[in-house]
Design a protein around this ligand. Structure first.
Ligand SMILES: Cc1cc2nc3c(=O)[nH]c(=O)nc-3n(C[C@H](O)[C@H](O)[C@H](O)COP(=O)(O)O)c2cc1C
Length: 184
């Protein structure tokens, strides 16, 4: 069961650089693509997340059409689907079906959610910065939901861990949480 996440806490759904699945297009013509070059860049409401996207991506063509996307946060059980969505373009194929993922309607934006993911951040592109191989999309989160059992303002590491990309077909998971204490 997923619950609404207050927008000033939505930044905790995506640690900088964790692997996410970004959906674009609409329910009639959806696409899904894997991302690891992402980071939150605002500490309060509005929650702003920057994505670095290559000009070559079919997803970028779709994002330019309605300036909306959804950042979906997958767990390790989706590893093969994640890798597929990051290696194969959706140009000319229905990538959701080929990857074995399910598109369901979002709350307020046109692109669908990936049902199998633990959290979803529905976004509108607020600004685009043209760079070199990749452009930077500044995305404003307009709605966020997360699996109630896994997220209580932060991910509960015993229950859910984000994935990090290590290159080639290798990914890492945090195996042990350590807590810092401040000196008085
Ligand atoms: C783990 C992983 C992370 C990736 N991160 C990014 C990224 O941050 N930005 C990007 O433009 N492409 C990234 N890619 C590549 C795209 O996901 C890939 O080119 C995908 O096939 C594009 O799909 P599309 O053409 O359907 O949009 C990544 C791929 C993998 C496997």
């Amino acid at each position: 069961m997923k619950k609404e996440v207050e927008l000033h806490k939505a930044k905790w759904l995506v640690e900088p650089g964790c692997v996410v699945l970004v959906t674009s297009g609409s329910m009639d013509n959806p696409n899904v693509m894997t991302f690891s070059w992402q980071t939150p860049v605002n500490s309060a409401d509005p929650c702003l997340i920057v994505l670095a996207i290559s000009h070559l991506r079919y997803s970028y063509e779709l994002i330019k059409q309605n300036k909306e996307l959804v950042i979906n946060v997958p767990g390790a059980e989706l590893l093969d689907q994640i890798h597929f969505a990051g290696c194969v373009t959706g140009r000319g194929i229905y990538k959701f079906k080929e990857a074995g993922l399910t598109a369901i309607a979002a709350g307020v934006v046109e692109p669908p959610l990936v049902k199998e993911c633990a959290a979803h951040l529905e976004c509108r592109v607020a600004e685009t910065f043209e760079m070199q191989s990749h452009d930077l999309l500044v995305c404003e989160v307009v709605r966020a939901v997360a699996e109630a059992d896994f997220f209580d303002g932060e991910w509960i590491p015993e229950k859910f861990q984000t994935l990090h990309y290590l290159g080639a077909n290798k990914y890492g998971l945090m195996t042990r949480m350590v807590e810092a204490h401040r000196k008085k």
